[in-house]
Design a protein around this ligand. Sequence first.
Ligand code: NAD
Ligand code: UDP
Length: 339
Amino acid sequence: MTLLITGGAGYIGSHTVLELLSTGHDVLVLDNLSNSSRESLARVAALTGRTPGFVQGDVRDRTLLDRLFTQHDISGVVHFAGLKAVGESVREPLRYYDNNVTGTLTLCQAMMAADVHRLVFSSSATVYGDPASTPISEACPTGQPTNPYGRSKLMVEQILQDLAAADPRWSIALLRYFNPAGAHASGRIGEDPRGTPNNLLPYISQVAVGRLAQVSVFGGDYPTPDGTGIRDYIHVVDLALGHLAALDYLQRHPGLQAWNLGTGTGYSVLDMIHAFEAACGHAIAYTIAPRRAGDIAACWADPGKAARDLGWRAQRGLAQMMADTWRWQSGNPDGYPGD
Ligand code: NAD
Ligand code: UDP
């Protein structure tokens, strides 16, 4: 039995493939490499001693999907493939809806035709919009995401809810990630954004390694203890292990469930910069800049439901997240070779 991992060459996907291979699962990755390179999977193979199957292709290609489901004994799908840059989604909404929504529709149609009904979907805390209170539990209503990327995630959640309601054979996990960060402890795989990073931690680490001059801290006047935005940063290996726990749960429970994957602790932008300074051993230049449009002041998870249902909890703290990021960034200052 094989698990199909769409987007498995990417940041979260490659860490999840590593954990799946390490625990004996057979894995087939489908990725169009639009935001990743094959090198991540070559390193996963070197680290685990097992080579994942790999097909370069698009999740919107129904003919290809049908062929994969026919040729392989696929028992479930983890669906990472999608586009994730908020600013780009504002400029290119059709590309985002096509990749993220049409991609998921095509995948589900192919799964249905192949009689495969176990699906883990990469959702996001962005579906909560600007939360009325924190911590955010799954009982909080979904809100109004402020950009096409966020809306594409909410649309897919709604489509999958309708699908599970219509057909009891489906078992579906909506995993609402908070802020993925960090890298594998080996320093061999990590986050390798193309172009200038949008997210905070890759930006900080590229300043630390000398690729960028200084961090712009978006907003110093939020109603938070130090005035900067607060988020729940979760180590990518903990996040990866959450997928294994969800896959296991789905084997035993039909229907659809949403789970927050976060730590339950929020850190400010300045907390993150100072923690990174401790990890890399030198100061990180930063300046306080205006707020970024669409940002909220504070957001962190109540991760209790995942602990109760899945027996999963984030184990890795801030210092480890920073040390692992620095090991990856300093060992691979320009990311994967050949990008
Ligand atoms: P990533 O860009 O590193 O990985 C996504 C992978 O999907 C890439 O390898 C890319 O080449 C591939 N891909 C994109 N469109 C495809 C398509 N149409 N067909 C086949 N492959 C395609 O991103 P990531 O950070 O690993 O995120 C994985 C998933 O988690 C995404 O769906 C993302 O929206 C979601 N997510 C990410 C974050 C985050 O902050 N990283 C937060 C919440 C949710
Ligand atoms: N942020 C920042 N400077 C940057 C990137 C991000 O100050 O260059 C802040 C952002 O305003 C937010 C936090 O860091 O408070 C996390 O932002 P990120 O884009 O990483 O994730 P988001 O929570 O927006 O998905």
